[in-house]
Design a protein around this ligand. Structure first.
Ligand code: HEC
Ligand code: HEC
Ligand code: HEC
Ligand code: HEC
Ligand code: HEC
Ligand code: HEC
Ligand code: HEC
Length: 397
């Protein structure tokens, strides 16, 4: 009997201990996650698998990539690997020990060689490349242009000499990557530059650049799988039209702005004017360009002015790759324009239902970017769709 009692006491004690320990462990697991904690894109895959997998093909995801193999991360590049400035000076893209290089030759003698370390651009139109020199990221002189499937002088580079010193600053990466740590350093009596921490660079534009830091969201939903309603994450459906558009315009309203603070901190719901001053997007005075200024160009369109709810997402789904599928885009037009009044002459041109785009959003030449093919002084145009949706009499032939 006494033995049984003792056993019972021991049992009760054990149970209590187990409960206390479980509570402790539970408590540890529920340690609060900081509000602005970033979870990292891979964590999203567990619960948002199809969005995550589709997003791997979106140009946002692929807009910066490390180059670790010798195929420049995107397979064979057609065209010549030699770019001649003139009879004496040329640049050659070469495979060497340890990677791919851009090598300059003067009268056949090598003068400088630098390794491809990262690509900027998903390659829809172009790739431009950078190499690390300590904590500086510099741009390589040759870029690759899809329109001509050729190497050409990087935009804005001199045409009579090879130049390897142009820095790629954190500002490029604010629009083309998800994070980089920088320190502002003095480089001369009156000049400052920046040191970038290569190891901190998060390539591509990841989920949390558009959705805000999601550490708390992830921790909560991991703990409470029974909750099916989103918690601790900004809901786009609750944002105003301006807030929705600002979340895209932070990168799609051009770069002739004074940047007040790093846009890596931008979260959906924030205002553009908290980050930029004299922005075309906030003051809309300067002439906009088809490169970069989608947000201002759209704002000039009757579609945008006369509808209450048009946003970038009326036509775009940034989780997918719709590129080139003009018939899907045209369906989005028809969702607002079930009927259109076209003249007999326009109708005679045919193909109306499946391609509204070439007539009403024709490709136009960028005034900011052009590129120079080898051995010529002629610059080739860089073409992009205008987002000023309108009637263009010369288009659609
Ligand atoms: C443990 C599961 C889980 C993980 C991990 C997770 N989420 Fe979610 N998320 C949910 C649930 C549940 C919902 C609500 C149902 C739904 O909309 O799918 C949700 C909804 C959302 C929404 C929709 C909000 C709206 O507008 O309705 C966004 C945006 C979102 N999550 C972003 C993210 C991002 C970004 C990550 C990665 C950093 C992430 N989630 C990781 C479970 C998770
Ligand atoms: C962090 C900066 C950033 C944000 C935020 C951003 N974009 Fe982009 N976007 C880019 C960059 C950079 C590219 C060029 C990608 C490339 O091809 O290298 C791009 C390309 C695109 C393209 C062309 C590629 C394609 O899919 O056809 C579309 C469309 C687009 N963005 C729409 C949007 C919309 C809509 C939003 C808001 C929901 C948005 N973007 C938010 C930086 C951004
Ligand atoms: C370029 C900006 C951008 C990026 C990058 C992005 N999203 Fe979104 N996402 C949006 C926008 C805008 C919406 C709202 C769409 C709408 O309501 O029309 C949205 C909606 C969502 C939703 C809720 C609606 C739905 O479609 O189920 C989830 C969940 C989500 N995103 C998860 C993710 C995850 C996970 C990633 C990364 C793999 C990601 N997003 C990357 C812009 C982005
Ligand atoms: C304010 C945001 C922003 C900044 C800053 C920015 N870009 Fe871009 N970049 C974009 C957007 C948006 C696109 C795609 C659409 C377009 O051309 O308007 C793009 C397109 C590109 C492309 C072509 C990608 C493709 O395949 O279509 C390259 C290459 C590129 N940028 C390089 C750079 C470099 C190098 C820098 C820094 C010197 C830089 N960008 C700074 C927003 C930016
Ligand atoms: C959110 C609804 C909406 C969407 C989507 C939309 N529009 Fe419109 N659009 C309007 C409204 C509203 C007007 C002004 C009233 C009108 O002319 O019907 C307009 C006007 C126009 C005009 C006359 C412009 C002028 O300057 O006279 C054209 C052309 C046009 N839209 C073409 C398009 C095309 C092409 C698309 C797809 C790429 C498109 N719209 C998508 C709402 C929309
Ligand atoms: C009325 C429909 C519509 C709206 C609204 C719209 N776009 Fe587009 N956008 C298009 C079409 C169509 C294309 C061409 C797609 C293609 O060629 O694959 C395009 C292309 C782009 C491109 C790639 C540039 C190019 O020349 O291919 C970017 C970047 C872009 N849009 C950003 C935006 C942003 C940012 C917004 C909001 C400010 C926006 N778009 C609003 C229809 C729209
Ligand atoms: C061949 C070129 C061409 C194509 C394709 C085309 N449009 Fe038009 N659109 C025009 C022209 C030109 C006008 C001016 C009226 C005219 O001369 O027909 C116009 C006028 C319009 C208008 C203003 C008149 C009105 O109905 O209010 C709208 C809206 C419009 N188009 C929408 C569309 C949509 C949506 C599509 C695709 C389903 C489309 N257009 C395809 C050339 C075109």
């Amino acid at each position: 009997m006494r033995g049984k009692k003792r056993l019972l006491v021991v049992f009760v004690c054990l149970v209590t201990l187990v409960i206390v320990f479980a509570k402790c462990m539970d408590f540890q697991k529920r340690e609060p996650v900081k509000k602005d904690a970033v979870a990292g894109a891979e964590t999203c895959r567990k619960c948002h698998t199809s969005i995550y997998d589709a997003y791997l093909h979106n140009p946002h995801h692929n807009t910066t990539q490390a180059i670790t193999t010798d195929d420049l991360t995107h397979g064979q590049m057609p065209g010549s690997n030699v770019y001649e400035f003139n009879d004496r000076l040329k640049l050659v893209v070469e495979k060497r020990e340890g990677g791919m290089y851009q090598v300059a030759y003067f009268d056949g003698k090598e003068t400088i060689a630098r390794k491809f370390d990262l690509a900027i651009g998903s390659g829809k139109r172009a790739y431009t490349y950078g190499y690390w020199e300590g904590s500086r990221l510099n741009q390589l002189p040759l870029s690759y242009f899809r329109q001509v499937n050729q190497w050409a002088n990087s935009p804005g580079f001199p045409t009579n000499m090879v130049y390897f010193e142009r820095p790629i600053g954190s500002r490029c990466l604010e629009c083309h990557a998800s994070f980089v740590d920088k320190t502002v350093v003095q480089t001369g009596a009156l000049t400052v530059g920046e040191d970038l921490d290569a190891k901190s660079l998060v390539y591509g534009i990841d989920c949390e650049r558009c959705h805000g830091p999601a550490g708390q969201h992830v921790a909560f939903h991991l703990d409470s799988p029974e909750v099916k309603k989103a918690k601790y994450i900004v809901l786009y459906q609750n944002l105003t039209r301006k807030q929705k558009n600002d979340a895209c315009a932070i990168c799609h309203s051009g770069n002739d702005v004074t940047v007040d603070r790093s846009t890596f901190a931008f979260k959906p719901g924030d205002n553009l004017s908290d980050y930029y001053r004299n922005s075309r997007a906030t003051f809309a005075k300067l002439e906009e360009d088809v490169h970069g200024n989608q947000s201002q160009m759209l704002a000039k369109s009757k579609c945008f002015i006369q509808s209450k709810d048009m946003t970038c997402n009326s036509c775009h789904n940034t989780h997918e790759e719709l590129k080139g599928n003009l018939s899907i885009y045209s369906q989005r037009c028809v969702s607002c324009h079930q009927t259109q009044k076209h003249s007999v002459e326009t109708l005679r041109k045919g193909m109306l239902k499946t391609n509204c785009i070439d007539c009403h959003m024709p490709k136009q030449t960028s005034k900011l970017i052009s590129f120079q093919a080898a051995r010529t002084t002629k610059v080739s145009p860089y073409l992009l769709r205008t987002h000023h949706i309108a009637i263009y009499t010369s288009a659609g032939k």
